[in-house]
Design a protein around this ligand. Structure first.
Ligand code: BES
Ligand code: MN
Length: 467
């Protein structure tokens, strides 16, 4: 094992160069103008996987291709006897806009201090790249891996992974595994590596109110006809009360309450409210009454307006009553809420609230389920040992507020749990301007990737011999 760790240490500068090359592709899945960047990133990744000794291929889907890269299987051992783990990641990234807020162009990676700045640096290219480099270290030093590995790196995570569930079903036999390792979440700081045991789910809706058949002169008609923008504001304002509760009947019915034990664990995570406020640029926090900020952002369901559009947005005044108003909403969900069921509740409630003066349309309703796994199982315990060894300090158990919708499909299709071992730091700015990845987290992540397989394979063997 020492030889693997030495290899990782000695090749650090090259790894950073390679990751920077990977980060140059503008693989923005949400924007059709970047289709080429998406394809090029996928092809580069396949070539890179091959160059480090993996059997890699590009698998087409109805959307962006999936990169599948496997360690070569030892034919002399019966395949059922070897443990098999998947490593999941995504090569697509969020849009980089607004570009003027970046200190340097998002697809021209730049190192400042111990950080590598670029769109996709932490979410998620840098994180799965650490695992690839760890496996490279095994292959290049001729160190035997104690298990088989398959990397599944997709290109549509940031737009909801709509084609990956079907892909998993099609490739179920090849992908059958003992657990899935995912580094696509965060950790509180380098002294607190984390095992994330819960993620929030999500459901996304678009609400449109239509009023007059065209924009109208607000002087001639104003006062006699509904203003859809105002109606939408009033409608949306009724969805949340002043205590931060979502005011939709039935919304909380399926929410599993936090146990006293969980609340104590969450309270152990370092949190400084002043620093948090300062980092976010707000003078006061807002959240659901009765819960700490940590609880609010990871264990409670929420409603956000992601975008709000109506009427005239350009320079100066234009005196109109807009013909329509639109809002994009997302709800974050927690166990045991369900995206379809919550979507239905919201639609029904909006219908009830909508005044007869406008026409309501609600589109969308797709989403991802929340996820939760026991942190006391043998695989989770093995992952915690690897975290401890890689980082040299005691790991914490986390719940995260973000969503990775595909983890519940992994569970459903492959009957395997996900081990969420995030490497992003709280100031890495995913989805924001000046996204970065810590080079120290990268180095520690590679160590984790090296130490993990011994621990997981041993735990898997033990679990098998007990069964
Ligand atoms: N890596 C994030 C998810 C994440 C971030 C989980 C931080 C926990 C902590 C992922 O790439 C992401 O952004 N997911 C989207 C999913 C959505 C597009 C369906 C999200 O959470 O908004
Ligand atoms: Mn993301």
């Amino acid at each position: 094992m020492q030889i693997v760790l030495n290899y990782l240490r000695e090749n650090q500068p090259r790894f950073i160069r390679e990751l920077s090359e990977y980060l140059r592709f503008p693989s923005v899945s949400a924007q059709t103008q970047h289709r080429k960047g998406v394809q090029a990133a996928a092809r580069w990744l396949v070539d890179h996987c091959r160059s480090i000794g993996l059997d890699a291929r590009l698998c087409p889907t109805d959307g962006n291709p999936v990169v599948v890269a496997r360690t070569s299987r030892n034919k002399s051992v019966s395949p059922r006897r070897r443990l098999h783990f998947l490593v999941y990641g995504h090569y697509d990234v969020q849009p980089a806009e607004p570009l003027d807020l970046w200190k340097s162009p998002p697809f021209e990676p730049r190192i400042e201090g111990r950080s590598l700045f670029a769109r996709g640096a932490c979410d998620n290219k840098g994180q799965h790249f650490a695992h690839l480099k760890a496996v490279e270290a095994y292959l290049r030093t001729d160190t035997e891996l104690p298990c088989d590995l398959t990397f599944v790196i997709e290109g549509e995570e940031e737009v909801g992974s709509s084609n990956l569930a079907a892909f998993l079903k099609r490739h179920r036999a090849e992908l059958r595994c003992d657990a899935i390792v995912i580094s696509d979440t965060g950790m509180p700081d380098l002294k607190h590596p984390a095992l994330t045991y819960a993620l929030r789910g999500i459901v996304a809706l678009e609400v449109k109110l239509t009023g007059p058949s065209r924009d109208l002169h607000s002087g001639i008609y104003g006062g006699s006809v509904e203003n859809p923008a105002l109606a939408l504001c009033q409608l949306l304002a009724r969805l949340r009360d002043k205590n931060g509760h979502i005011a939709i009947p039935g919304f909380y019915d399926e929410v599993v309450p936090l146990s006293a034990y969980e609340r104590r664990q969450l309270a152990r995570i370092p949190f400084n409210e002043r620093a948090y406020r300062k980092f976010l640029g707000v003078s006061k926090l807002f959240g659901e009454r009765g819960f700490t900020p940590q609880e609010q952002r990871t264990t409670r369901p929420t409603l956000e307006i992601n975008g709000l559009t109506s009427g005239y947005q350009e320079e100066g005044t234009k005196t109109i009553i807009p013909a329509w108003a639109k809002a994009k909403l997302t709800f974050r969900l927690v166990p045991n809420q369900h995206p379809q069921r919550v979507g239905k509740l919201v639609r029904e409630h909006l219908k009830r609230l909508c005044p007869p003066t406008v026409r309501l349309e609600v589109a969308g309703g797709r989403g991802g389920e929340p996820y939760r796994v026991s942190p006391t199982g043998p695989m989770a315990q093995a992952a915690l040992r690897a975290l401890r060894a890689a980082f040299g300090c005691e790991p914490v158990l986390l719940r995260e507020g973000g969503s990775i919708p595909i983890v519940s499909d992994f569970k459903r299709t492959l009957a395997a749990d996900a081990l969420l071992l995030g490497l992003a730091l709280p100031d890495d700015n995913p989805h924001s301007p000046n996204e970065k990845f810590s080079l120290d987290a990268f180095a520690k992540g590679m160590r984790l990737g090296a130490l993990l397989w011994q621990e997981l394979a041993a735990a898997g063997e033990a679990r098998r011999s007990r069964a």
